[in-house]
Design a protein around this ligand. Structure first.
Ligand SMILES: Nc1ncnc2c1ncn2[C@@H]1O[C@H](COP(=O)(O)OP(=O)(O)OP(=O)(O)O)[C@@H](O)[C@H]1O
Ligand SMILES: [Mg+2]
Length: 338
């Protein structure tokens, strides 16, 4: 029998109910994450990156909900787990670094106590209980390069700087030695030096414990540097998926091409956000039939791109959703050029 991927997401759909019906914010997303690899998720603001990651831990904010698809860890459905079983997975086998560090830090407990508590919950069978769990928490702080970890462990989140809180969150995520790390913009709002330190720390621990990382970021330079594979999301749909090298060397989708064109090689770090492509993504992409990018696409083919969005497997591991790569698209494209 084939071994299932470590994490597999199939045909995931997420919706928020509204006055005029459901607003679909993630629409038919499928991908797999294998042990030890880093997969980047890129796309403009609102494309569904965070909702996809949150759904894996069943943390979509109310009233949003998963309306279709499956999410499985080692072949076992996460959506079917009991609350009790889910608590063991959360922070244990799957950890998440949130966009905002204060989301996962409790203001009324010291940071050392919070990390120790997570260690007690998830690593008791290794003998890490009581004082041993506290020592492991201090250790975790040391590993994220927090100076004087014994003293810092006794402080509360508000006593730390933003960059330090981010490291504490990473320390907490990694202290439980997860199989999967979901990192949602782990370095946004940090200065460049701290960013580089945190990314190299994630890589270091990844090599050490073999975890898989789903890395959500606006920053294509970070993706180029750290990811094995890349998922390009637009309006809740995967538009292109490829290994990182191929994607950067030869982006196929006009949307991916637009994103890469927004990367001025010599611009300062802050200027690499994905704001180049003219126009705005659709507000309720679920209502659009055909390609959701067509209104902004420089290569749009009228009469073709309104048809249902195709999924084209270009080669193993390389997928694109674009009419330009279908027979009707090619035919129309050659007509258009004449
Ligand atoms: N509580 C909510 N109610 C209704 N819609 C929501 C809610 N939270 C998010 N959404 C919608 O879901 C869509 C996807 O949001 P998501 O947070 O996943 O985007 P994102 O790709 O992570 O963006 P960013 O880069 O800004 O973090 C957005 O269009 C957003 O408007
Ligand atoms: Mg987000």
């Amino acid at each position: 029998m084939l071994t299932p991927p470590l994490l597999s997401v199939e045909n995931l759909t997420i919706a928020f109910p509204g006055k005029t019906g459901d607003s679909i914010v993630v629409d038919g997303v499928s991908f797999a994450l294998n042990r030890g690899e880093t997969v980047g998720v890129v796309g403009e603001s609102g494309s569904g990156k965070s909702m996809t990651a949150l759904s894996i831990l069943r943390l979509i904010p109310e009233p949003g909900r998963v309306t279709g698809g499956t999410i499985a860890l080692d072949g076992e459905s996460i959506l079917a787990l009991t609350e009790k079983a889910l608590r063991r997975v959360r922070g244990g086998r799957i950890a998440m670094i949130f966009q905002d560090p204060m989301t996962s830090l409790n203001p009324v407990f010291t940071i050392g106590e919070q990390i120790a508590e997570a260690v007690r919950l998830h690593r008791a069978e290794e003998g890490l209980t009581g004082k041993a769990a506290w020592d492991e928490a201090v250790n975790a702080l040391r590993r994220v390069h927090i100076a004087e970890p014994e003293r810092r462990a006794k402080q509360f989140p508000h006593e730390l700087s933003g960059g330090m809180r981010q490291r504490v969150m990473i320390a907490m995520a990694l202290a439980c030695r997860p199989d999967v790390l979901l990192a949602d913009e782990p370095t946004t709002a940090l200065d460049v030096t701290v960013q580089a330190q945190i990314l190299s720390l994630i890589r270091e621990l990844q090599r050490e414990i073999g975890m898989a990382v789903l890395l959500i970021t606006h920053d294509l330079a970070v993706v180029a540097e750290t990811c094995d594979r890349v998922i390009v999301l637009y309006a809740g749909k995967v538009m292109e998926m490829a290994d990182a090298q191929s994607l950067f060397d030869d982006p196929k989708h006009p949307y991916t091409q637009g994103l890469l064109a927004s990367l001025p090689e010599n611009a300062p770090q802050g200027a690499t956000r994905l704001t180049y492509i003219k126009g705005q993504p659709p507000t309720n992409p679920g209502k659009i039939t055909g390609c959701p990018f067509r209104a902004r696409c420089p290569k749009v083919i009228p009469g073709v791109c309104e048809k249902p969005l195709p999924t084209v497997q270009l080669e193993p591991g390389r997928m694109i959703r674009c009419h330009l790569f279908t027979e009707s698209g090619n035919t129309e494209a050659s007509h258009a050029e004449r």
